[in-house]
Design a protein around this ligand. Structure first.
Ligand SMILES: O=P(O)(O)OC[C@H]1O[C@](O)(CO)[C@@H](O)[C@@H]1O
Length: 569
């Protein structure tokens, strides 16, 4: 076999991993010993000796066997290095890690966030029918309030300081208070209602807000200040800048409340900041920021697409919740995606996971997933505080297709990293050019096909000869044109980018991340790692303001601060 074709065989990857690490690279049992299921998976990886092409040749039913539908989504996971034996071993690990109990615990509102003693009840945000729990009742109230706001704004009944109807909404928030609504508003552009334009500002860089100020009329602009904690530097500074802009442009203090809505779990802080309590929508401790787009944090989405479509989004997510709760593990889409990522990251040495949506309007989806996955799974200790004896979550990255094909796909095809890919495509486009959509879909599935089959040396030589190259030239160039192939991918198909399908897709990834956290023994719902940077940022800001740089700092940080202070104005 062509040695390059074997570059990423499990046998080689696992051998490398095993040599470079101790036995405890595998999921341990409660006594920190590798569990028998983890040992079995490691052996399975070490003995892996089939290519993807061989798997397809040996089994004509492969794509039917390794695919499933749930909540309007279709997942084809046949282009992966796995057989039924692999799945059985991964399922055994899932049972050893008590994944079924953990799923119940999540959905029943148990305190799965053990460091903060909180449940993670994002599923309650998308309940259907009548509310049945106190959390669902609170959600229903908040939805009713959102509906009133959406209605007022859509009918032009919410006016600004000079009596004109609001035309533009600016969401000020960052992280989970930005990425979810931003991603969804972009993805559902075809559903936008003409009455209002929704904009997003996140960055502490004044350029972000400055661009908004240049475009908009203060008298008809409404700001949503979205912050679960109402203590986030970027959001508060941007909200202050918005307030100053309004006042400098003629808004009287008593009219400011016409221009601000706050969304927060910390009402006291929002009021202390100057928000009118009648314009504050609640959030709750039991909703994590990166899981919050279904709450009032989704108000920009509801304003963009209307409340009916916002509820369709919630319904899509609920359909996925139902599937996650009831489907057996081997037919459970989020669980299967988690097991596959676990297989590659823990036993094949894959460090990253690419997400490539073939949809122009899913531009922000990879960024959204970066926070969802990496803020949830980028941890150094397990739930009990013991150093993780294996890798944490993967580095998630990606961009919308087909653009990426003309930049980084080169590395996917010929680089020597193992990068498992999730392709996402839609059957139909909301835009009326079927010909271009055929091209888009063809681009997507041809990429996964190319990753699978590659191009051999012989094929490359033949192609070069057919183009008129001499035998010598063909031999010289062929090796540069060889594409190893044998590279794994999943393909997720949505019928169309609709609120329902985007709800289902987003919930799919939320539950995948949770399932992976259970396999890895990680708490997916805290994020202590981001705190130190915030703390040091505050201290450095003070030094830049006062001009007093402590000599206890490392010399690099001192010099960088001094360089800022010594700049010529
Ligand atoms: O909504 P908040 O409290 O402003 O937080 C924004 C984001 O900041 C983080 O806390 C990280 O700093 C995220 O987890 C969160 O989504």
């Amino acid at each position: 076999m062509d040695p390059l074709t074997m570059t990423f065989s499990g046998a080689q990857a696992a051998e490398k991993t095993a040599k470079a690490s101790t036995q405890l690279t595998m999921a341990p049992d409660n006594n920190n010993n590798p569990s028998p299921s983890a040992v079995a998976l490691q052996q399975h990886a070490e003995q892996w000796n089939r290519t993807l092409s061989e798997l397809f040749t040996q089994d004509s039913q492969r794509s039917q066997t390794y695919s499933l539908e749930a909540a309007s989504l279709y997942l084809d996971y046949s282009k992966n290095h796995l057989t039924q034996d692999t799945i059985d071993k991964l399922l055994q690990l899932a049972h050893d890690r008590q994944l079924p109990t953990a799923i119940e615990a999540l959905l029943n509102g148990e305190k799965v966030n053990n460091t903060e003693q909180r449940p993670a009840l994002h599923s309650a945000l998308r309940f259907q029918g009548q509310p049945k729990t106190p959390e669902e009742e609170a959600v229903a109230e908040s939805l009713a309030r959102m509906e009133e706001i959406v209605d007022q704004l859509h009918r032009g009944k919410w006016t600004g300081y000079n009596g004109d109807a609001i035309t533009d909404i600016v969401n000020i928030g960052i992280g989970g208070s930005d990425l979810g609504p931003r991603m969804m508003c972009d993805a559902l552009a075809a559903y936008h209602q003409a009455e209002l334009k929704v904009h997003f500002v996140a960055n502490i860089d004044a350029a972000d807000m400055g661009d908004i100020f240049k475009q908009l009329n203060p008298a008809t602009t409404l700001f949503i200040v979205a912050s679960k904690s109402f203590g986030t530097l970027e959001t508060l500074e941007n909200a202050k800048a918005a307030r100053t802009w309004l006042i400098e442009n003629g808004c009287r203090m008593e009219m400011l409340q016409q221009h601000f809505i706050a969304i927060s779990a910390n009402v006291e802080k929002a009021v202390a900041f100057g928000m009118s309590s009648k314009n504050i929508l609640p959030m709750w401790d039991w909703v994590g920021g990166r899981y919050s787009l279904w709450s009032a944090i989704g108000l920009p989405i509801a304003l963009a697409i209307g409340m009916q479509q916002f509820n369709a989004l919630r319904a899509g997510a609920h359909a996925m919740d139902d599937h996650f709760a009831t489907a057996p593990l081997d037919q459970n889409m989020p669980v299967l995606l988690a097991l596959i990522q676990y297989w590659y990251s823990q036993h094949w040495g894959a460090q990253t996971q690419a997400v490539l949506p073939y949809s122009h309007h899913m531009h922000y989806f990879p960024q959204f997933l970066q926070q969802l996955d990496m803020e949830s799974l980028g941890k150094r200790v397990d739930k009990s505080g013991q150093p993780l004896p294996h890798k944490s979550g993967s580095i998630v990255w990606g961009a919308e297709g087909s653009n990426g094909q003309h930049s980084f796909h080169q590395l996917l095809h010929q680089g020597n990293h193992l990068v498992p890919v999730d392709f996402i495509a839609t059957l139909r486009s909301g835009y009326s050019n079927p010909h271009q959509h055929q091209h888009l879909f063809a681009c997507c599935i041809s990429q996964s096909q190319a990753l699978l089959q590659g191009k051999s040396h012989t094929q490359a030589v033949d192609e070069l000869l057919a183009k008129g190259a001499s035998q010598e030239e063909a031999e010289r160039l062929a090796e540069h044109q060889v594409i190893p192939g044998n590279r794994p991918s999943n393909t997720l198909i949505l019928e169309e980018l609709t609120p329902f399908s985007m709800g289902a897709l987003t919930a799919l990834y939320e539950h995948k991340v949770y399932s992976l956290s259970v396999l890895l023994g990680i708490n997916a719902f805290d994020q202590w790692g981001v705190e130190l940077g915030k703390q040091l940022g505050g201290e450095i800001f003070k030094a830049l303001e006062s001009g007093d740089v402590p000599d206890s700092w490392d010399s690099s940080t001192q010099a960088l601060a001094q360089r800022f202070l010594n700049q010529e104005t």
